[in-house]
Ligand binder design. Structure first.
Ligand code: CP
Length: 303
């Protein structure tokens, strides 16, 4: 098997064998991610991180991944303190970082930003989230979590719950689930349903899905419950956010009748009660750890 992508922009650019290649390599990376082995494969290499939006997991796990491989990191995690404040445009900032670093990881609020930059710089670019667009490295770690739990990905039944309109993690994830013949139950308030163009794509891909708005009665018979946060920052009108805020909250009691694993890309706000954390099937912190070996596999493949 080989991996042929130069940039990691959208999960839709991946073939099934590209996905399988990264997931297999991530498994080899796990001992390094856990500090059980030391790697020098990226000695002397630099990763440029450009984060125009807040992040905990994505930025820190990319930085951890690069350092665990022997490389180092330069970059910024907010516009403040950079020449963006003097009016420098994304194109110019990316040109500069590409002069210093061997690859760029970009998070930006504008959908399409990572594709635009990858078309205009000579180093590989990884999309770490572009507005409500895509978040491909999150999708790969989500798949890795499912694969590590069940031993495979095929034919799983997955309930995806919450903000399906603005959530980029789920906009990425569904295309990958379609590749592996998974069945999806979309559960959201009516105002936050999955965009119709994505549903049309899923129909073309012959992915089996249903759309629901009631929550607890639709999560009993699934392999995975994938909760998401309502993306407050993407609502054009704050009053619209208040109408949907807190509609779905999962408690330990709600999990009594299901063996499903519970995933969440995090951060959580009020979707999962803290009493759920002690359950064996609460996977979200482990899922966040899996971001390290998966991002090591990506960095190893493109740098
Ligand atoms: N899942 C995720 O993208 O988290 P961060 O926003 O903290 O990077």
């Amino acid at each position: 098997m080989s991996f042929n992508l130069k940039d990691i922009i959208s999960i839709r650019d991946f073939s099934k064998s590209d996905v399988e290649y990264i997931l297999d390599l991530a498994e080899e990376m796990e001992p390094i991610a856990k500090s059980e082995k030391v790697s020098h494969v990226k000695d002397g290499k630099l990763l440029g991180v450009m984060f125009y939006e807040p992040s905990t997991r994505t930025r820190l796990s990319f930085e951890t991944a690069m350092k665990r491989l022997g490389g180092d990191v330069v970059g910024f995690n907010q516009k403040q303190g950079t020449s963006v404040q003097k009016g420098e445009v994304l194109y110019d900032t990316a040109q500069i970082v590409s002069q210093y670093a061997d690859a760029i990881v970009l998070r930006h609020d504008m959908e399409g930003a990572a594709r635009f930059i990858s078309d205009n710089v000579d180093v590989p670019v990884i999309n770490a989230g572009d507005g409500a667009g895509q978040h491909p490295s999150q999708t790969l770690l989500d798949l890795y979590t499912i694969k590590r739990t069940f031993g495979g990905l095929k034919n799983k039944k997955i309930a995806i719950v919450g903000d399906l309109k603005y959530g980029r993690t789920v906009h990425s994830l569904v295309y990958a689930l379609a590749m592996f013949n998974c069945e999806i139950i979309f559960i959201s308030p009516e105002q936050l349903q999955m965009p119709s163009e994505i549903l049309d794509d899923l129909k073309r891909l012959k992915c089996k899905f249903t759309i629901k708005s009631s929550f607890i009665d639709n999560i009993e018979d699934v392999d995975v419950i994938y909760m998401t946060r309502i993306q407050k920052e993407r609502f054009p009108d704050p009053k619209e956010y208040l109408k949907v805020k807190g509609q779905y909250t999962l408690t330990k009691n709600n999990m009594i009748n299901t063996d499903a694993i519970l995933m969440h890309p995090l951060p959580r706000v009020d979707e999962i009660n803290f009493d759920v954390d002690s359950l064996d099937n609460a996977m979200y912190f482990k899922q966040a750890f899996y971001g390290v070996p998966v991002r090591m596999a990506l960095l190893d493949s493109i740098i």
